[in-house]
Design a protein around this ligand. Sequence first.
Ligand code: AMP
Length: 304
Amino acid sequence: MENYKVIKALGQGTWGVVHMAEQKSTGRIVAIKKIKSTRPEEGINFTAVREIKLLREFKHENIIELVECFTTSDLAVNLVYECAHTDLEKIINNREIKLSMADIKQHMWSLLRAVEACHNRFILHRDLKPDNCLFLKDGTMKLADFGLARMYGTPKTRLSPEAITLWYKPCEMLLGATEYSAAADMWSVGCIFAELLLRRPFLKGHETDLSQLDEIFTMTGTPTENNWPGFSTLPLVSRGLTWDPIPPTPFDDVFPAAPKDAISLLRSIIILDPNERFTAAQSLNHPYFMNDPPPTPKSGLNLG
Ligand code: AMP
């Protein structure tokens, strides 16, 4: 810690406290996340190791830079990141910031580029939500918080269905799938897109997975073997969980102010069957990004 001068606390995460600090040798302002060891006898915290493994050598314009990491005598791991100015949750909740359709397009472009970069490296983020989309002062979005991220690939890895914050969690995970993959992150991307258009969370379940499933099915309609082949083999369904059939809600009614091309892209992402859901690469090629209005240049974004 002697290389840094702590300036102030920035916040408290699940795994530890984050401080703004100055790197004494360079004057660079950084954010230091201190992750305490939960069980000292087991060595350093596994989420820290995960995050270090994935972020080291991962340089991308829209992924948070891990500057360095060091341990302290209490076995805490200190992760040093470039310091962000704000995040997308704060922007969405700040009523003084106007979010134009062009601003939303810029945010979605940056987010999809970050997610595409992760998926190209077989990394699942598994906790995509507005508060993990940080912004530098110059308007660059930086995807952060890789504490839940995992590598995936073939043969399909069994993954815990517990990851991902409830409102951004896809139906396959809520139904107990353990072989989900990149499409799970894309569901969360769709929820963020919808939240930008609505300026409030899109599928706001009440604490339980079943309540979240109800929110989802009210929007998408209930799943059937027709619209989601194989869905009945998912753990919760094969154990007997059923729903009364309901039709989908037309997106034009939910997003009356959104342009047609935005709704078309959203419809391609918010799809029950993960095999049908658009990938990040497909989404970046959607006409939405080519059509007017062009995305606001990042220097023109109002970050509050
Ligand atoms: P986390 O543990 O990643 O959830 O972070 C906890 C808090 O610290 C959140 O409120 C973040 O906004 C803040 N934070 C995390 N990383 C950074 C960063 N690189 N720059 C600025 N603030 C950050």
